[in-house]
Ligand binder design. Structure first.
Ligand code: FES
Length: 227
């Protein structure tokens, strides 16, 4: 069996590059010589910074994906989305309530959902986006918060919505409403906050504040992880 890695042709900004077929789009761009300063964050499918649009030569379908998770394919024409210009409502959380009436003022487009499911189909996190929009419409912010919890805010759902819903921002507001008005206060969190305010962790915090990068890295690598 040969150890040779097959190469494929991809197109970045319209220019052709031949890259190993085992690479992700992000690694292929670097292999081609691009230095990624935007559209690149965690490199592990968590931050949503690397939303990418592409089309395979000869195929009519416009596809989307996360550059750090999607493997290159032969004939891929690529364009990065460095930032998705989704509308964001501004509000004071203390002045709104978890009600359909308040939500409709912030994000009226949510109530225009056609139920086409394009948002769910495109989500790289496999979140049932259309379902959490349905929960928001009904005023069930607890369920909307729960389903949308893993959202990366990459904006790909918005890129496909025929009625221009900005799902990820609507979901963020739903989660804020949930945590401010619906979730039961967490006793442990309250106790730990009180202890911090009383200065019981001042020594530990002082160590972190004065640590250099190397020491911080060591502390991070050896941190206790809750089971
Ligand atoms: S770089 Fe963070 S999700 Fe791709």
């Amino acid at each position: 069996m040969s150890d040779t890695i097959a190469m494929v042709d991809i197109f970045i900004m319209g220019k052709r590059y031949t890259v190993p077929e085992t690479l992700t789009i992000m690694n292929a761009m670097e292999y081609a010589g691009y230095q990624l300063k935007r559209g690149c964050g965690c490199r592990a499918g968590f931050c949503g910074a690397c939303a990418t649009v592409y089309r395979i030569a000869g195929d009519y379908e416009l596809k989307v994906g996360l550059a750090c998770q999607t493997k290159v394919e032969d004939g891929m024409y690529l364009a990065q989305i460095p930032f998705f210009p989704g509308r964001k409502a501004y509000y004071d959380l203390e002045e709104i309530k978890p009600s359909v009436a308040h939500f409709a003022q912030l994000y009226p487009e949510v109530y225009r959902c056609l139920g086409c499911s394009s948002c769910t189909k495109v989500c790289p996190q496999d979140i049932d986006v259309m379902q959490y929009i349905a929960y928001i419409q009904r005023g069930d912010f607890a369920k909307a918060a729960d389903i949308s919890f893993d959202c990366l805010m990459c904006g790909l759902c918005v890129s496909r919505c025929p009625v221009n819903i900005v799902h990820y921002n609507a979901a963020l507001t739903a989660r804020r409403l949930y945590s401010r008005y619906i979730a039961r206060p967490d006793a442990f969190l309250a106790e730990r906050t009180r202890a911090i305010e009383e200065g019981k962790f001042d020594a530990e915090i002082g160590v972190l504040v004065s640590a250099n990068q190397e020491k911080l890295q060591k502390l991070y690598d050896n941190r206790e992880i809750e089971k």
